[in-house]
Design a protein around this ligand. Structure first.
Ligand SMILES: C[S@@+](CC[C@H](N)C(=O)[O-])C[C@H]1O[C@@H](n2cnc3c(N)ncnc32)[C@H](O)[C@@H]1O
Length: 287
């Protein structure tokens, strides 16, 4: 083992992964213990250990000590709602241009999967304000964020967004509610001009309903897309896709709140920007 490898510290979020892929996610706290179905591990024995090391329970069962990715963290989130999938969240973070120090509003909080990713992306200097209408979801999201150490970056509000958002001039706003078309006036008031709007919807019917409302409220540069992720079995002499895939989660819709056109008779804000270009053209002339 390389002696210069960085080691774990008290307070780190770590994951223990068994050879059969059973995963435990925990924050290291001196004096605490983790009880697994294959024996007990003292946190003290996991502090100051190189990342990637093998560690053993009191019964001698093996786990690997790994730094969890955001993807790992989101998979382990306790949930009482459908949560957004990492494949969608990754593209949302890029498309809403989420970066350290930004102020982002979202609804509904649900179990807090997207909230966690937003908190991770805005960093300690940013703020996420998350609205949720139902108390059980609001409470579970709070527990999840507290356990992961992200609560300081997040303000959780128990409120139906039909009553509006308190914030104005925010950098980005995302809606994961079934009827975003009913809240576009509220979203428009909260966002700064030229900011970033996004939402996720499971059916094309809902997307069809949203598009004209975006137009009415001067959201332009509209994009609609769907992210498909196919895993492969990593077997060197039998490389092939896994047998099952998550075929559909939702459609992602992105748009920018722009100034109403001066000559409003000709204004076509929702179509500004024309057809989305998608991936840059590939020169296949040599193929
Ligand atoms: C699918 S869940 C959101 C999941 C969340 N994005 C995540 O990744 O964990 C949708 C949530 O929106 C909430 N919701 C629906 N309509 C709402 C409204 N008008 N105001 C606030 N929350 C609302 C629901 O109670 C539910 O918890």
């Amino acid at each position: 083992m390389n002696e210069t490898s960085p080691t774990t510290q008290a307070g780190d979020l770590v994951q223990l992964v068994s050879p059969s892929n059973k995963v435990y996610l925990l924050r290291l706290k001196p004096g605490e213990k983790l009880e697994t179905h294959r024996g007990v591990l003292a946190h003290d024995d996991l502090i100051g250990v190189p990342w990637g090391a093998q560690v053993f329970t009191h019964k001698g069962s093996l786990y690997f000590l790994l730094q969890p990715t955001l993807n790992d963290i989101l998979r382990e989130i306790k949930r009482n709602t459908q949560i957004m999938y990492p494949k969608d969240i990754g593209f949302v973070l890029m498309s809403l241009n989420i970066a350290p120090g930004q102020v982002v509003v979202e609804a509904g909080t649900g179990s807090g999967a997207l909230t966690t990713a937003l908190a991770w992306a805005v960093g300690p200097t940013g703020q996420v304000i998350s609205y949720e209408a139902r108390e059980p979801m609001h409470n579970l999201a709070r527990k999840n964020l507290e356990r992961l150490g992200f609560l300081e970056r997040v303000t959780l509000k128990l409120r139906d967004i039909s009553l509006g958002f308190d914030e104005t001039g925010v950098d980005a706003l995302f809606l994961d509610v079934p009827n975003p078309y009913d809240y576009m006036a509220q979203a428009r008031r909260a966002l700064k001009l030229g900011g970033f709007f996004g939402c996720i919807l499971p059916t094309t019917n809902q997307v069809e309903r949203l598009l004209p409302v975006l137009h009415q409220h001067y959201f332009a540069f509209v994009e609609v897309c769907e992210i498909l992720l196919l895993y492969y079995k990593p077997v060197y002499d039998r490389l092939r896709p896994t047998d099952r895939m998550v075929a559909h989660t939702g459609y992602l819709i992105f748009a920018r709140p722009v100034a109403p056109h001066e000559r409003s008779a000709q204004a076509e804000p929702a179509t500004l920007g024309g057809e989305p270009e998608g991936e840059p053209d590939v020169d296949d002339s040599e193929a």
